[in-house]
Write a protein that binds this ligand. Structure first.
Ligand SMILES: [Zn+2]
Ligand SMILES: [Zn+2]
Length: 351
């Protein structure tokens, strides 16, 4: 297998430029403390490109999360990554916006496409315009949005603020099902987002920062694989990150219970090698290989159905059936089984 370089990034971050509470310096400091290689900041309808660049060992990239604030029913937030100009004036036309992101050299992801409410926190922001096409992918797991539905009252909210690890379970089943439906027709890339705001939470005389930056940067991350290493040149390194996201050479890793660094999912067919995100033609045998950095409950999924499962750190499967193959891994942590890794698919079908 060719040598690929792995970098860990946190995507979907808000700063004081929109409704987050940390400055760019605060955010960069927290990301460095968490040991991340890159972050992509996405303030609401704002593209702060002057903040882009290397800060010590951390690559800071700037995107934006665009939505139409005048819409009655709020939703359809689009993560626009790698764009070189502010496209928020297109917020009222999701298809025009998606097309403009592509024309601008960027990649687009539907943010928190399914969003669950609770009686206590009833606002939701799901994707509302499923007729669109041409987007790069979806935010499969939004770390912050998951908590909303568990916060059934103030007291539970207080527990979530202080012990979030006991509540985090994984992406919503409806998001996974929709992703499997979408990938039947074309490649759709999944990424993990934190949606960190670090908003203060008041309870009587006390104030807490809800899920501070550093905690979120250790939780739901997107790990990318690149064919060459970062060089320190901003344009070169930004292009590597965007290409990995565009092609689905990445996975969603919940790094809080155990780092997912070192996970690999690839396929071999004769002389051909496919990474997650890649396609192989149907017809010949395909050897799927799964490597995990530590043992976990691992499933190989074809077209949305589990076709093999084991507990361990290796899995190998040979098949000649066409389909969309992806991997899920789960680990026990804080008293129950929790989602850990979601690979992007390998597509075995005609191009
Ligand atoms: Zn949003
Ligand atoms: Zn957001």
């Amino acid at each position: 297998m060719t040598l690929w370089y792995e970098y860990v990034g946190n995507i979907h971050i808000h700063t004081t430029a929109s409704d987050g509470t940390g400055t760019f310096s605060d955010v960069a400091r927290a990301a460095q403390a968490a040991g991340l290689d890159f972050i992509i900041v996405t303030d609401h309808n704002k593209l702060c490109l002057s903040e882009e660049g290397w800060r010590g060992p951390l690559l800071v990239l700037i995107g934006e999360e665009i939505h139409n604030p005048d819409r009655n029913l709020e939703g359809s937030h689009l993560l626009c990554l790698g764009v070189r100009e502010d496209l928020s004036s297109l917020a009222n036309d999701p298809q025009a916006l998606i097309d403009a992101v592509g024309a601008n050299g960027g990649v687009s992801f539907l943010a928190h496409p399914f969003d669950r409410a609770s009686d206590f926190l009833s606002d939701t922001y799901p994707w509302l315009d499923w007729g669109v096409n041409g987007f790069t992918g979806i935010e499969l797991w939004n770390y912050m949005a998951e908590f909303r539905s568990y916060a059934v009252n103030r007291w539970v909210g207080l527990l979530i603020v202080n012990w979030p690890q006991y509540f985090t379970r994984g992406p919503w089943p409806e998001t996974l099902a929709k992703w499997d439906e979408l990938t039947r027709d074309r490649p759709v890339v999944a990424l993990g987002g934190s949606d960190v705001h670090a908003t203060p939470h008041h309870f009587g005389p006390w104030t807490w920062k809800v899920h501070p930056y550093e905690l979120c940067f250790r939780a739901v991350n997107t790990h990318i694989l690149t064919p060459e290493p970062f060089s320190g040149d901003l344009d070169h390194d930004r292009a590597l990150v965007l290409e990995a996201l565009r092609r689905g050479h990445c996975w969603v890793g919940y790094d809080l219970p155990a780092l997912t660094t070192g996970f690999r999912f690839w396929a071999r067919q004769g002389e051909r090698i496919a990474l997650m995100g890649d396609r192989l033609p149907p017809g010949e045998h395909v050897h799927f290989e799964i490597w995990l950095p530590r043992p976990a409950h691992v499933r190989l999924i074809r077209d949305g159905k589990v076709i093999a499962r084991t507990y361990g750190d290796r899995m190998h499967l040979v098949t000649s059936r066409p389909g969309v193959y992806r991997v899920e891994a789960y680990r026990r942590a804080w008293g129950r089984r929790r989602a850990w890794i979601f690979s992007n698919p390998i597509y075995v079908r005609e191009g």
